[in-house]
Ligand binder design. Structure first.
Ligand code: IMP
Ligand code: MG
Length: 181
């Protein structure tokens, strides 16, 4: 039973259009604030690269890496920072950039952790929101797309480390049909 790439859920053009809008929202909301965009590795790097170029104000970026313990693909909620930011965020306007919010556990942990470092503000921007899977309430400030409960890959999102390079968001399924990879 191999995994197969299923249908395209969000096209390259749809992503580009939405990222442009989000960039305009950020430029408006963070004008004069020199925000620090914190991308969560590795999934958010593709989104960050496009989003920061769509945001026409001075901004900085940094990276943080987290891993969740427990059952493989399921988020256990026990989260560990495996590579930390390269700088202090005290007094900064911080925007966490995520690829997808699923149960909400990772982003909730991250938010709690970063708040102890006293940023001036802390907001969340996620490309995808799998609303129906939420287990922990998480306030999201910017959302690219709300998606149904399907496992997706591409545009930074992976399955076992693969498919991050797909330019569109695709459903990964185990059923018949689809392209065998
Ligand atoms: P949460 O703590 O359950 O919100 O976990 C979110 C993390 O689970 C994301 O950052 C992804 O790494 C992973 N994840 C959840 N759903 C998907 C998916 O559909 N495709 C790829 N990764 C996913
Ligand atoms: Mg992730």
């Amino acid at each position: 039973m191999g995994h197969r790439l299923g249908r395209v859920l969000i096209t390259q053009e749809e992503i580009a259009g939405r990222v442009r809008e989000l960039g305009q929202d950020l430029a408006r909301d963070y004008q004069g604030k020199d925000p620090l965009l914190v991308a969560v590795l590795k999934g958010a790097v593709v989104f960050l690269a496009d989003l920061m170029r769509a945001t026409e104000i001075p901004l900085a970026c940094d990276f943080i890496s987290v891993s969740s313990y427990g059952a493989s693909s399921r988020s256990s909620g026990v989260v560990k920072i495996t590579a930390d930011l390269s700088q202090t965020i005290e007094g900064r306007h911080v925007l966490v950039v995520e690829d997808i919010i699923d149960t909400g556990r990772t982003v909730t942990y991250l938010k709690r952790n970063l708040l102890t470092r006293h940023p001036q503000s802390l907001r969340i921007c996620t490309l995808l929101d799998k609303v129906s899977r939420r287990e922990v309430e998480a306030e999201l400030d910017y959302v690219g797309f709300s998606i149904p409960n399907e496992f997706v890959v591409g545009y930074g999102l992976d399955y076992l480390g693969l498919y991050r390079n797909l330019p569109q968001i695709m459903v990964l399924d185990t059923g018949e049909g689809g392209e065998v990879l």
